[in-house]
Design a protein around this ligand. Structure first.
Ligand code: NI
Length: 143
């Protein structure tokens, strides 16, 4: 059976701040730039979730895209859209909300709810038109 990758995109807006409590505003600005603004700021995130698996001969699908969308909405977007990642998202608590850490947290939210035989292959998270990160899972995609 052919193995195929399927990608679903989601858009959401979230606020955050990157900072260390014990650092001065000046040092935070030096390390984190505009993302350290003490009064928060937002990003229009774009999230691509790619799943991989065999094509089901009955449906012709790896996984119903409605179900991929449902997993992204229920496990991620509902919690983060128009929210503050530092303050309001239980599964980001204690995690510095860099795009890297956010992508790993998104992986951990979605991977466990995929149907048997379908694996999460890639989480691609764009924070700005120029900055994005890619996470291929704890095994680094070497499978
Ligand atoms: Ni930022």
């Amino acid at each position: 059976m052919p193995t195929v990758r399927v990608t679903r995109r989601a858009h959401f807006c979230s606020a955050h701040r990157l900072f260390h409590d014990e650092w001065s505003d000046e040092k935070n600005r030096e390390v984190f730039g505009d993302c350290s603004n003490p009064h928060w700021h937002g990003h229009n995130y774009v999230l691509d979730v790619t799943v991989e698996g065999p094509v089901d001969p009955e449906t012709g699908f790896v996984m119903d895209l409605k179900a991929v969308k449902g997993a992204i909405d229920e496990r991620v977007v509902r919690d983060v859209d128009h929210r503050n990642l530092n303050l309001e998202v239980a599964w980001m608590r204690g995690i510095r909300p860099s795009t890297e850490n956010f992508a790993v947290a998104v992986w951990d939210r979605i991977a466990p709810v995929l149907p048997e035989g379908v694996r999460l292959q890639r989480v691609f998270l764009r924070e700005t038109p120029n900055n994005s990160v890619e996470y291929l899972g704890p095994e680094g995609g070497d499978r």
